[in-house]
Design a protein around this ligand. Structure first.
Ligand code: FAD
Length: 415
């Protein structure tokens, strides 16, 4: 049985980052930069400094004024509901483009609740041939021979964040040019991100692959050059695989192969055979509820957070440090390193309260305990039919209209 350790997260940030480095010597990558301080205070600062005019104008450009809030939503520092209310109150209907993106996160999360572990395999049949190759080491080592793609991975490893367009280009390159199995690539990619989220990540990879969209996503050199301000292309002298018209690339990438179904990967989790006989009530804090404003965190019951290998073995150092920043703002949470079940058992916890999650790996860990899964704060109460949930545009035509009423700029089509 592995030993569990109680951690004492230092209040001083410099000490805290060093402490996490010492406690997780196996964690990969560089430390968290000052630009990415974790926690609710930083999240609120970012939310309140959004320049909506700039966002609406240049969000598609790699240096555009995007919010960089994704790691904060991912770890529950901020809810989508409070962010959308804040934006609507400050900017009225001008907030729609950004609120729509919040909706995209909500949409993927709803799909995860609906589909569970099925999001880790093709949701739909691919519309074009998708490959089954393993992710080559030269991609991980950033020696693909395509400098813009290597630079993108380098940025990701350094920062834990890259713009949405860069993510799409990289996923398209790996899936459609290199013919790699999207599932292996998505798993690897998610573990480089500060905002790594199984739903947003895996469903975006599927959207690129065409297993959760009606056609594959791909791009050409003109698109990349335009949205990066020529950053990568201006002095690039390699034989560019993207330098062709969209039509030519379409024929080249998808002309030959028919869609073959990928062999389904299964996730097996043994059912717990021992159930806790403890009776003490405790709050289990998981990584999607790291906010001092969360009702369960304000609760006076004993609270536990566990850095458990089963969940975090592949997380890079910077992400563990980001979580430590978040935890440092939470009063009276016992933080442990070890096996969740053993920690809770040894601390006498038997009845748990926690926030509901679509993450079945977390649910599995808590199987031996009586757990009260309290609903998370909803982005919106609007119900969306299964038919509409097949595509984001259909979801947003309903949800967006409920948000903006007659002023809804993306006037819904009929579905
Ligand atoms: C291949 C791929 C993998 C991705 N993996 C993740 C992931 O693991 N975690 C993650 O949070 N997002 C992921 N995304 C979605 C998106 O790239 C990021 O959410 C976005 O880049 C975050 O930057 P931002 O906060 O500045 O976004 P903003 O444009 O400021 O948007 C505000 C918020 O809306 C949400 N949002 C914006 N765009 C998207 C989107 N396309 N899909 C879902 N939510 C969105 C995010 O929560 C974001 O913080 C992925 C996209 C792709 C193409």
């Amino acid at each position: 049985m592995a030993k569990a350790y109680k951690l004492t997260i230092p209040n001083d940030r410099v000490e805290r980052l060093q402490y996490m480095k010492r406690m997780f010597p196996q964690a990969a990558g560089v430390g968290l930069s000052d630009d990415w301080r974790g926690g609710r205070q930083e999240a609120l600062k970012r939310l309140n400094s959004i320049d909506i005019e700039a966002y609406n104008k240049n969000r598609y450009f790699i240096n555009g004024a995007v919010s960089r809030l994704s790691p904060y939503f991912r770890h529950g520092c901020l809810t989508l509901k409070e962010a959308s209310e804040n934006l609507q109150e400050r900017f009225g209907v001008d907030s729609e483009k950004l609120v729509q993106e919040l909706g995209r996160r909500d949409y993927f999360r709803r799909v995860w609740y609906q589909q569970g572990d099925k999001i880790f395999n093709n949701i739909e049949a691919a519309k074009v041939g998708v490959g089954e190759k393993p992710l080559p080491d030269y991609v991980r080592q950033m020696i693909t021979g395509v400098p813009c793609m290597d630079a993108l991975v380098r940025d990701l490893m350094q920062d834990g964040y890259v713009h949405n367009h860069a993510r799409k280009w990289f996923a398209a390159y790996v899936i459609h040019w290199l013919k790699v199995d999207w599932r292996e690539a998505a798993d690897w990619f998610e573990n480089l991100l500060l905002d790594g989220d199984m739903a947003s990540n895996h469903l975006s990879w599927q959207w690129v692959a065409s297993t959760f969209s009606s056609s594959p996503y791909f791009f050409n050199k003109d698109i990349l050059a335009r949205h990066t301000g020529e950053k990568h292309c201006a002095n690039c002298s390699v034989n560019c695989p993207f330098d062709a018209s969209v039509e030519m690339l379409d024929a080249k990438l998808f002309g030959q192969t028919g869609a073959e179904p990928l062999i389904e990967r299964s996730i097996t989790r043994s059912t717990a055979t021992r159930f806790s006989t403890n009776t003490a009530v405790a709050v289990f804090v998981h990584d999607e509820m790291l906010s001092a404003a969360h009702p369960l965190i304000k609760n006076s019951t004993t609270k536990f957070f566990v850095f458990d290998e089963a969940l975090y073995a592949k997380w890079p150092l910077k992400r563990l440090q980001f979580v430590a920043d978040c935890l440092s703002e939470l009063p009276n949470v016992e933080v442990w390193l070890g096996d969740t079940r053993e920690v809770l058992e040894s601390r006498g916890a038997g009845q748990l309260k926690t926030q509901n999650t679509p993450n079945l790996a977390v649910k599995h860990l808590l199987e031996p305990f009586q757990t009260n899964w309290q609903p998370e704060v909803k982005f919106t109460d609007v119900e969306v039919s299964a038919q509409r949930m097949k595509r984001f545009s259909r979801y947003w035509s309903k949800v967006g209209e409920a948000f903006y009423g007659d002023a809804f700029p993306s006037k819904p089509k009929t579905f």
